[in-house]
Ligand binder design. Structure first.
Ligand code: NAD
Length: 290
């Protein structure tokens, strides 16, 4: 039997828990957690992500603010904004929505964020602390996946976990988390990428597959062993005649054909995407509780 890793149900449950914690904080005379988002320009997808983050903040009782900046803002002016947010005691954590315009060096901006307010977990200090298993902000998507594995009580110790994709925001931190000494964790991890040889063969040997490459339906039924756990991180917009908008979201896994072979599988949409929001909310709550 295949069990669906239901991000919709699980994220709703966890958001209720977060909301209850916020009430407790307020009852104890503490401040309301406050997440800020910086949006440069008006990229359609970024607008949607930022609006969704604000809506989720409202649902759990956080304050949220949006700092809208012009597409043409200079790097220096943006760094100035980051400084302001770093020193604004009312804001517990903030994110700079990516992508940024081409004239801005993303790494410079990420490194300017105070690691204590870096609730996206992208600052090298947080990445380094993650590597050494020290308290840190874990990037939201890997954090959400860890919560999902934990809540579904998926066994991980001694398992072979194959991760496809090695980005700094998903694949790489995911590989660190799955190999660390803890639960979820204690896996033997293989991190695959665009230069991996015999990728299908490697994936076939996995007990747990985490697909994060951004290639629709890349993981096919012949690549997955019976009873594997499959986590689909991919989000690609593809054209569709079946929706009003003219597009739909597609994951990295050929869900329809792969699902019957799995013990657990996360759908797209309705899986990891919603858990990513949970990861961000949890990081913000931690930031506010410090
Ligand atoms: P990225 O483009 O930064 O990294 C992609 C990685 O996949 C690279 O390491 C590359 O080496 C690897 N890759 C590319 N083609 C490959 C191939 N044919 N074989 C093996 N490896 C290959 O992407 P990212 O930011 O890590 O995002 C990956 C996917 O996850 C995207 O679809 C993105 O939209 C999605 N995503 C989803 C969430 C979520 O909340 N669900 C969050 C972040 C990213």
């Amino acid at each position: 039997m295949t069990i669906l890793l239901d991000g919709k149900k699980l994220s709703a449950e966890i958001k209720l828990e977060i909301a209850a914690e916020v009430k407790q904080l307020i009852a104890a005379g503490k401040k309301v957690p406050h997440l800020a988002a910086v949006l440069v320009g008006n990229n359609g997808a970024s607008e949607t992500y930022v609006a969704s983050k604000a809506k989720n903040c409202e649902e759990v009782g956080f304050m949220s603010s949006l700092i809208r900046l012009d597409e043409g803002i200079s790097e220096t002016a943006l760094l100035g904004k980051i400084d302001e947010l770093n020193s604004n005691a009312d804001i517990d954590g903030f994110i700079v929505q990516l992508p940024l315009p081409k004239h801005i060096v993303v790494q410079k901006i990420m490194e300017a964020i105070d690691p204590k307010k870096d609730v996206d977990g992208f600052h090298p200090v947080n990445a380094g602390r993650l590597l050494q298993n020290l308290p840190c902000y874990i990037p939201a998507t890997p954090y959400g996946i860890m919560i999902m594995l934990e809540r579904y009580k998926i066994e991980t110790a001694g398992k072979h976990c194959v991760i496809i994709g090695r980005s700094n925001i998903v694949g790489m931190p995911m590989s660190v988390l799955m190999s660390r000494n803890g639960y979820p964790g204690n896996c033997t991890v293989t991190l695959c990428h665009s230069k991996t040889n015999n990728l299908a063969e490697v994936v076939r040997s996995a007990d747990i597959v985490i697909a994060a490459l951004g290639s629709p339906k890349f993981v096919t039924v012949d690549m997955v062993k019976d009873g594997a756990v499959v986590i689909d991180v991919g989000i690609t917009r593809i054209e569709s005649k079946d929706t009003k908008s003219g597009f739909k979201i597609c994951g990295d896994v050929d869900f329809e054909n792969v699902a019957p072979k799995c013990s657990y599988i996360s759908p797209v949409p309705g899986g990891v995407g919603l858990m990513t929001i949970v990861g961000l909310l949890k990081n913000t709550l931690n930031a506010a509780s410090r």
